[in-house]
Design a protein around this ligand. Structure first.
Ligand SMILES: Cc1cc2nc3c(=O)[nH]c(=O)nc-3n(C[C@H](O)[C@H](O)[C@H](O)COP(=O)(O)OP(=O)(O)OC[C@H]3O[C@@H](n4cnc5c(N)ncnc54)[C@H](O)[C@@H]3O)c2cc1C
Ligand code: FES
Ligand code: FES
Length: 505
């Protein structure tokens, strides 16, 4: 039998009801197809500042601002890749493009540049201009970050000697890690970023942060034989999934959007779970931390701060800020990829996954979750509701992601360590590995080679030899099998060197 949301989708009136506010203007989503991206939607309506460079989340030319629930204020202006997000997913939401950042003048012509546009212009931060609107939006998101605060620094805006990643205005350069420029060079762009001031009190977008974010809307958007559904509750979502087993679950769409754009995947029915309140919790208790599967990585990063050092080490190495602003932990586990970056970390933390369906919930240790290449114990119709990390945490931790680029790259190998070393002896060792088998795995033989032994160079060298033999690494275009094995062993030696290096006086 059809659920209420499904019946409404078939009736049709809701099709015309789906709407989005773009640069302050209420705009119907119809007649866009349910898979139409925000990028195509905007460009088809003349907002061609938003560019397509790659259509796979790599270049940031399509960056736009979306009003989202804030971490420190009611609303944050969050930059996202418009090429990956279906416009139907933004029903009832507010979007600002590079055109909307400039104050509109007579006849729609910009009367005044936005401060970030102004700085990019006067500091030579734009040449061909193709990447510029994307940089403008990513920069504006950081400009409006409520906890950005200027610290004492040289008046000329030079980088502080002790921190090359933040400007004297508190601007975090990671905000631009998802934006590529092919002709200007990054120094003038960085100069512009480090020169922007704080938003004026009457800045409309700064003031918008003080009001509630747009509420999630129960969306029933259909065109032809394709439907986009946004249920309001977990109960409704799992009921829908039971009734429509062929439906594709989508959260931040950073994986699904690539499938749609590059592999032309189309779904008859998409069920969006990224705003479900039951998947948006984050609770730190005495015995465990529970992270809702639909929290974005940026939200987790900012909400937890340094509470879980291993996660704090993971996030800056995971894709780019633009991707992390949409990507969820549930989506990373949902792909079942052997090279996803969160599984090694969560394995080392001995995390478990909370799965929910129409019959209720069950908790599965992550170590038992993956069963084969992109396969898991998750049953059809089951959703990942949350991830649980037990407390207390092991004190010696590290996450080593070996990739060709430092940021915004896929792992060749990823290794996460969580060790308890007491009185010079390894009490417990948990090691998670990615990229060396068909699934993320625990390095059980290496853990056994460490536990109960003194934390010395001799133990570590012997354990590193064991670690090199864990898994069944393969050679591909990213790395050879031999390189992957070698990196495993080096990783443990690196951790040991870090824990024993002399602390400078
Ligand atoms: C440019 C780029 C760089 C990237 N870099 C990295 C990287 O460095 N490291 C890395 O690990 N990944 C990376 N990714 C992959 C991707 O960003 C992550 O896997 C991300 O966590 C996916 O989350 P999402 O919410 O966007 O998932 P979606 O795309 O919405 O969904 C992904 C899959 O998970 C399923 N799913 C989503 N939520 C749930 C849920 N709650 N329950 C059950 N199933 C669910 C969906 O059905 C789908 O099959 C990158 C992607 C891009 C485009
Ligand atoms: S077009 Fe390249 S990230 Fe969207
Ligand atoms: S200004 Fe040409 S790509 Fe950046």
């Amino acid at each position: 039998m059809d659920s209420p949301i499904d019946r409404a989708a078939k009736r049709g009136p809701a099709v015309v009801a789906a709407r989005i506010t773009v640069n302050g203007k209420d705009t119907p989503i119809a007649p866009a197809a349910p898979h139409t991206t925000v990028l195509d939607f905007l460009r088809e309506r003349g907002l061609t500042g938003t560019k397509e460079g790659c259509a796979e989340g790599e270049c940031g030319a399509c960056s736009v601002l979306v009003a989202r629930p804030g971490v420190h204020r009611p609303t944050d202006w969050v930059a996202v890749n418009a090429c990956l997000v279906p416009v139907a997913a933004l029903d009832g939401q507010e979007v600002v493009t590079s055109e909307g950042l400039a104050t509109a003048g007579e006849g729609g012509t910009p009367a005044a540049l936005h401060p970030v546009q102004q700085e990019l212009a006067v500091r030579g931060g734009s040449q061909c201009g193709y990447c510029t609107p994307g940089f403008v939006c990513s920069m504006a998101s950081e400009y409006y970050r409520p906890d950005r605060c200027a610290h004492a620094g040289p008046a000329d805006g030079a980088v502080r000697a002790d921190d090359g990643e933040h400007g004297p205005n508190g601007f975090d350069l990671h905000a631009l890690s998802g934006n590529l420029c092919r002709c200007t060079g990054y120094r003038p762009i960085r100069d512009a970023a480090f020169a922007v001031g704080m938003p004026a009190e009457d800045d409309p977008l700064a003031r918008r942060r003080e009001q509630s974010p747009p509420a999630p809307v129960a969306t029933r958007y259909a065109q032809g034989d394709r439907t986009f559904l946004r249920p309001e509750s977990l109960a409704e979502a799992v009921r829908l999934l039971r009734e429509r087993p062929e439906a594709v679950v989508v959260a931040g769409s950073t994986d699904w959007g690539v499938e749609v754009n590059l592999r032309s995947r189309r779904a008859g029915c998409v069920v969006a779970v990224d705003r479900l309140p039951e998947l948006r919790t984050l609770h730190v208790g005495p015995d465990r931390i529970e992270i809702g599967a639909a929290q974005t990585l940026t939200e987790i990063e900012r909400r937890l701060g340094g509470e879980v050092p291993l996660l704090a080490e993971l996030f800056p190495q995971f894709a780019s800020r633009l991707i992390r602003n949409s990507a969820t932990l549930g989506g990373n586990l949902g792909t079942g990829s052997p090279i996803g970056d969160s599984p090694p970390v969560l394995l080392a933390l001995e995390a478990s996954v909370v799965l929910a369906d129409a019959d209720g919930e069950r908790e599965v240790p992550l170590a038992d979750y993956f069963t084969g290449y992109r396969q898991s114990v998750r049953r059809p119709g089951e959703l990942i509701r949350a991830v649980r990390v037990p407390l207390p945490l092991s004190p010696v931790t590290a996450f080593h992601k070996i990739a060709k680029r430092r940021f915004d790259d896929i792992s060749s190998v990823a290794v996460a360590f969580a060790l308890d070393v007491e009185d010079g002896t390894v009490r417990t060792a948990r090691i998670g590995l990615g990229g060396v088998a068909a699934t993320p795995i625990r390095a059980l033989a290496t853990e056994a080679a460490l536990e109960g032994r003194p934390w010395t160079a001799r133990t570590v060298e012997a354990a590193a030899r064991v670690l090199r033999t864990e898994g069944t690494p393969m050679g591909d275009h990213r790395a050879s099998a031999g390189y992957r094995s070698a990196m495993l062993g080096q990783s443990l030696l690196k951790l040991y060197a870090r824990t024993t290096e002399a602390v400078p006086s």
